[in-house]
Every structure is written in structure tokens, then in C-alpha cells.
Design a protein around this ligand. Structure first.
Ligand SMILES: [Zn+2]
Length: 182
């Protein structure tokens, strides 16, 4: 009887250890996730502003490109992410063409835009070869950049079932300009 009891205790101890391990692993996962999203943190924005004030301006710029504000540079050059629902094109339903804020290359037609409910403009396709897909620095997402100037646009996600093309190009509004159809 006593032996049985000991076995029961041991078993429950093993189970407890496993649960703790799971909790620790999940916690580490969350920490890594928040670190990867740290660009959305206002404190991080403040740190970047300090970075700029020290005279660092990232990639060398082509003189023909549009001059960027600090906020635009933070996303387009330094691959930051604007906060969801804050971009000017999230709910834009007008017909026209979205172009690169930095080099004016046409990137997305309005007819490829759809409501994803994520808080960022979402497109299921891009124009021609205007967008390049590269591995994100985080090692698991796919980053999308302007194929002409290399400006950061956002990320691409697949198999979410939003549209027939099953692809969501999740783009920062601040990386874009919009030319309404005339
Ligand atoms: Zn560009």
C-alpha cells in the first residue's frame, strides 16, 4: 500500500515538473515574442529618436529618392512597425495605386486590398515584380521590401483564408503613398 502511494506521489511530481517546464518554455516564448515586437514600444521609438539625434541616418540614400521624416525612416529604413489601426490607409477604400513612399515605385493596386481586421493595410497581391520577399531578421517571418529601393514595407503571410489568393501582404501605411484613380 505504502509503495503504491509512493509511486503515485512520484508520478504527480513528474507531472508537476512537466507542467513547470511547459510554463517556463511558454514564458520564454512570450518574452522572445515581445522582444521581436519591441519596435512597437514607444520607449523603443524614443531610443531610435536618440539614435537619429546622434547623427546616424542608416542606409545611404539615393538623391532621387524622397526625403523621409524620422517616423518614415524608422519604418522604411530601420524596419520598424507602426502601431495597428494608426496608419492612414488601413480603412482607405478608394480606387487607385499605392506607391513606395521613398522611391514612388507602384506597388499595390487598390483592387488587391482587403479588410483583414489586423489594423494594417492588407493586399493579396502586388504589381509585377515591385515587391521582393526576403527572410526576416527574426528567422521565421518573410519580410517584404520595395524591389527598387529596398525600403521596408511589412511582412507576408500565407494560408489564412482571407481571399482566393490566400496571401496577406501586411504593409505599414507609412511606407506607402496613394495615388487616387483619376
Ligand atoms: Zn521604393
Amino acid at each position: 500500500m505504502l509503495q503504491c502511494k509512493q509511486i503515485t506521489i512520484k508520478t504527480s511530481k513528474v507531472k508537476t515538473n512537466f507542467d513547470m517546464k511547459t510554463i517556463i518554455l511558454v514564458s520564454i516564448g512570450f518574452i522572445l515574442f515581445f522582444l521581436s515586437c519591441s519596435h512597437t514600444n514607444p520607449e523603443s521609438v524614443a531610443a531610435d529618436e536618440e539614435f537619429y539625434s546622434l547623427g546616424h541616418h542608416g542606409d545611404p540614400e539615393d538623391s532621387t529618392w524622397n526625403k523621409l521624416t524620422k517616423e518614415e525612416e524608422y519604418v522604411i529604413v530601420h524596419k520598424g512597425t507602426e502601431r495597428p489601426w494608426t496608419g492612414k490607409y488601413v480603412d482607405n477604400k478608394k480606387d487607385g495605386v499605392y506607391t513606395c513612399k521613398r522611391c514612388d515605385q507602384a506597388l499595390f493596386n487598390a483592387d488587391s486590398k482587403f479588410d483583414s481586421g489586423t489594423g494594417w493595410p492588407s493586399f493579396d497581391d502586388f504589381i509585377g515584380s515591385s515587391v521582393s520577399i526576403v527572410e526576416d531578421a527574426d528567422g521565421f517571418r518573410e519580410e517584404i521590401i520595395c524591389s527598387n529601393c529596398g525600403g521596408h514595407l511589412g511582412h507576408v503571410f500565407y494560408n489564412e483564408g482571407f481571399t482566393r489568393k490566400n496571401t496577406r501582404h501586411c504593409v505599414n501605411s507609412i511606407s506607402l503613398s496613394f495615388e487616387p484613380k483619376k
